[in-house]
Design a protein around this ligand. Sequence first.
Ligand SMILES: Nc1ncnc2c1ncn2[C@@H]1O[C@H](COP(=O)(O)OP(=O)(O)OP(=O)(O)O)[C@@H](O)[C@H]1O
Ligand SMILES: [Mg+2]
Length: 365
Amino acid sequence: MTKNCVGIDLGTMYTTVAGGNGARLCLPSEVGFPKDVVAKHLIGQDFVLGSDIALHRPSLDVIRPFEKNSLKYAIGEEELRSFQGEEAPLNRQAACSIVRHAIESLQLPDPHAARCIVGVPAAASQYSQLLILELVEQVAQYAAVVSEPFAVAYGIGEEAKNTVIIDIGAGTVDFCYYYGALPKTGDQSTLGIGGDHVDEELRSLIHQEFPTAKVSLLLARKLKERFGSVGSTARTAVAELPTRTGEAQEYDLTKIIRDVCLQFASKVTNSLLAHLSAIECDDFVITNTNILLAGGGSQLAGLDEYIEKALSLSGRCEVSRVNDNRFAGSMGALKLARELPADGWEVLRTQQEQTNDTSEDFKAA
Ligand SMILES: Nc1ncnc2c1ncn2[C@@H]1O[C@H](COP(=O)(O)OP(=O)(O)OP(=O)(O)O)[C@@H](O)[C@H]1O
Ligand SMILES: [Mg+2]
């Protein structure tokens, strides 16, 4: 029954989920565990999710289970076994809680009959794919994985044919050439860094240049999102930051933010070039192909213009952005879950089992 179908995008920063009954949810991919027995007593729960984390933050150890590409991208066989042991590490427990909450929140007509398609990084190791399947199958009857950018393309449908989708997330940047069939190995790839890496670089450069400023990763992310740009005109970034003496002070961060964002855009473009040269399809010609930016990182100002210029594509190839970067992946995964015939689920599973680990080339670039 298509009402029990589910599409999930398990993001490093946000998990989004869409149900065949029309329900959908976006949840930060983080779990708060009480710091000690007193915190647990006061909160009255073993863990908290969503907006409850902000409510109790000082009493919690907050874990982002997918950060640093753990779990869903690059785990090996031994690590998978450690996750399957009786004493599951905290990040696996956290991932499990997120998946369970996301699916249960949909209130499907028959939750035990849920059929889920889950988006994973394009070059996720086969052990990461297995782990994600295991997590989802704790709650759902069937699960299958596809790459995140493929899910985005499938959701758009006919219009996305002959398009290279670049899904720019917090943990990875994923590329997929879509032509209306399941991608082959060469048609998709992953750059093993994303927006989190930019935030770390930005924080470290601000501290280097302005030792008195105090910048958390969260603040670095906000500064990047507000002032970051890679187009022909830089955004002026004068901002008040907290200092080590406790007072706020104004700093001119224009050059630092611009440099960090340009470095990231250059890495994305280099990976895109490597991706384009690896596409196997004989009919592929870049100037007849559109490029579609998805994921939160697609919001970086001027990125479309930067890619067009860097690839000398101006006027010859359109670089655009998806309409809804938050739900494009989960809605596409849901569409596939609803439309996939019964034997298609088996095909996706078999394909997953045969996946070779192709992530080495791009890992931690
Ligand atoms: N205006 C903006 N400029 C630059 N980056 C942005 C902007 N808005 C959001 N981002 C970045 O997008 C990233 C989050 O994107 P998204 O929600 O697609 O990631 P995710 O799906 O959780 O991660 P992943 O797919 O890598 O697992 C964050 O790094 C965030 O800072
Ligand atoms: Mg994502």
